[in-house]
Design a protein around this ligand. Sequence first.
Ligand SMILES: [Zn+2]
Length: 89
Amino acid sequence: MYQCPHCGKPAISLIRKIFLGPGAPVPCQACEKTVKVTFSDWLKSTLPGAAVMIAALFFDSDLMVYGLSLIGLALMISLHLLWVPLVKE
Ligand SMILES: [Zn+2]
């Protein structure tokens, strides 16, 4: 669970955090005030994974393409969970 910047209680679950984009604020489970992620934090955490996925396109081997795409996706999700803080709307 991720802490709410308003009330300090758990605001959203891990799964919801993964899908939380900068354009989609969600209400906190505890206080129902809106929390969101900023575009710059979101972009910062998305770019390394996106770069790996783009790099995958330059390989001829299917294994490399699928392997790197999966690594890129995993990187995108984990960096999103680690780097992107919840902020007040
Ligand atoms: Zn709250």
